[in-house]
Ligand binder design. Sequence first.
Ligand code: 6PG
Length: 250
Amino acid sequence: MSPAVTICRDGDDLAARAADLVAQAAEAAIWARGRAMLALAGGSTPKVTYGLMAQPARRIRIDWARTFLFLGDERFVPPDDPSSNFAMVRRTLLAPVPVPARHAFPVPTQLGTAAAAAAAYAATLAEEFAIGDRGGPPRFDLILLGLGEDGHTASLFPGAASLSVSDRWVAATPPGTLPPPVERITLTFPVLNAARAVVFLVSGASKAEALRDVLEGRPSREERPAVGVRPADGTLTWLVDEAAAGRLTR
Ligand code: 6PG
């Protein structure tokens, strides 16, 4: 299925459409399977989206008691660190909405190593998705992703070993070239490509070159990891603002 690309007026328009997409995906999942399994993006772009989702008019659309929230990736920093993705999600979304605390799953970065945190997060996925030893990968109802200026997504960085991981759902990866310069824990391609829906949120002119390459070029996943996101049996949507779309030709 070819990706759907929606060019939004600006960051606010992008955030509003993203918040609506998340609510629709959660409603549909709960209707079909009794619960919604969502993986959220880190970084700065989704903050406005999470803020909108927390506003009264939108938060009533999601049955938070049946919604489970995971992270697509995390920085290997303490959970209360300013650069923690979970801290950002807690501040912008979890604090204002009635999601049970046991339904939000931070990456256990308090563990000694990023590898240990990755292994523990994979075990949590297996438990929450009720996947036995031979099953999997977990099939999220929706995964939100961002795009780095270098074409990375989640914490799958250009040239990194984690790009070729096929036997694990979560990997530890060395710092990328973009800040913060810390180890990361990331969902791997097998999980990203098992999702029912993946939505990229891309905002700002600094992303224009990477976005053009990913959508219109033929880079390898080594060069631009975001091209490796191709849900096998799911939808792929790009919500991009005009600034980020500035170099698209089509
Ligand atoms: C992270 C993210 C990362 C992010 C991109 C875009 O932990 O940094 O998960 O993949 O989505 O780097 O980041 P911005 O939205 O901040 O531009």
